[in-house]
Design a protein around this ligand. Structure first.
Ligand SMILES: NC(=O)c1ccc[n+]([C@@H]2O[C@H](COP(=O)([O-])OP(=O)(O)OC[C@H]3O[C@@H](n4cnc5c(N)ncnc54)[C@H](O)[C@@H]3O)[C@@H](O)[C@H]2O)c1
Length: 310
């Protein structure tokens, strides 16, 4: 199929695009390279890969790209509550308005597979348990707009929404602001973390399992369309404290303490059920331990040493 991936040079996209190409699809990426990332170098040799440097907010850029696609995977976004708070105009125009504009140009037959977020579950019910029918309580601008675009997406007759857990693992466009990646980076480099809201539970998923969810959605589209699915690692509904304990199993001299010195913008504290996507035959392939091992390896390459000799 002809697949348009917006934001395909990002953390998820730069792992997903090679997998889509390997599965035999023709892939066009549009990205504005806002992080100056050269994260798709390794697929430029593939004749089925096309690349456009452009902004998803510009109709003249997007209209012909949308028209040429069988499938659209919109990943372009200002990702995460802190970035959206720092540039709310950039965030709203990209995360909301550009999706609204895209929806006006897609035809009913075109398929859309879109990642949204489970950040909007907030604190869940009294047991902090959430499934796809649980009420959404978005707090940050990031989560509020993800909820709005998901509602809009579900008006399209051929769409799937994947509510992703917090993603971890190595990617050519690395993000060390994601929780597991961040904690492992600090464990490796600082050997020390002070935790806030240490007992707040989150759900996590390996970036390659996110890609496998998209491939699963493409392969089983008829059965899965017009639905929302949580996508997370069912063995990893764990607190920040438990996450640190798992990291310490692989970084033995890692120390962590708790102090009341911060607050999560979306007050995420929940146990997420992934039973719905698992009932379609999807299974994760990477455990949290695998991701931590991979990150420790990766962080031997990535060092923030621009202003030091070591
Ligand atoms: N990583 C996670 O934990 C996670 C969890 C849930 C949902 N998601 C969603 O997955 C998607 C991808 O996230 P990611 O982690 O890969 O983030 P990312 O920041 O690495 O990727 C975003 C990409 O979009 C591009 N981009 C941003 N604004 C653009 C614009 N106006 N025009 C063109 N390109 C633009 C960036 O250059 C970047 O390559 C996002 O929609 C995000 O909300 C991610």
């Amino acid at each position: 199929m002809k697949i348009l991936v917006t934001g395909g040079a990002g953390y998820i996209g730069s792992v997903l695009v090679p997998e889509l190409l390997a599965a035999g699809h023709e892939v066009t990426v549009v990205d504005n390279f806002m992080y100056r990332q050269a994260s798709l170098n390794h697929v430029c040799a593939d004749p089925n890969f096309k690349l456009v440097r452009g902004d998803v907010r510009i109709e003249a850029v997007m209209k012909p790209l949308i028209a040429a696609a069988d499938v659209i995977i919109p990943l372009a976004a200002y990702v995460g509550a802190p970035l959206c708070a720092r540039d709310p105009i950039g965030a709203t125009t990209t995360n909301h308005d550009a999706i609204e504009m895209m929806m006006q140009h897609v035809s009913p037959e075109q398929r859309i597979l879109m990642p949204t977020t489970n950040s909007a579950y907030g604190t869940g019910d009294e047991k902090n348990y959430c499934d796809e029918n649980s009420p959404l309580r978005p707090i940050s601008l990031y989560a509020i707009e993800k909820v709005k675009v998901e509602q809009r997406l579900m008006e399209h007759p051929n769409a799937i929404s994947f509510r992703l857990a917090t993603v971890f693992g190595m990617s050519p466009r690395m993000r060390i602001d994601l929780l597991v990646n961040d904690f492992t980076y600090r464990a490796v480099n600082d050997r020390f973390i002070v935790l806030f809201e240490a007992h707040f539970k989150r759900n996590y998923i390996h970036v390659r399992d996110v890609c496998r969810a998209f491939l699963h959605g493409l392969a089983n589209f008829e059965a899965m369309r017009n639905q929302i699915y949580n996508v997370g690692l069912s063995s990893a509904n764990i607190s920040k404290l438990e996450l640190c304990q798992r990291i310490a199993q692989q970084v033995p001299d890692f120390t962590f303490l708790e102090a009341p010195l911060g607050k999560d913008p979306d007050q995420r504290n929940y146990v997420v059920s992934n039973a719905k996507i698992e009932a379609t035959g999807y299974r994760t392939a990477y455990r949290l331990e695998d991701g931590i091992r991979e990150l420790i390896k990766g962080f031997t390459m990535l060092r923030n040493n621009s202003y030091g000799n070591v």
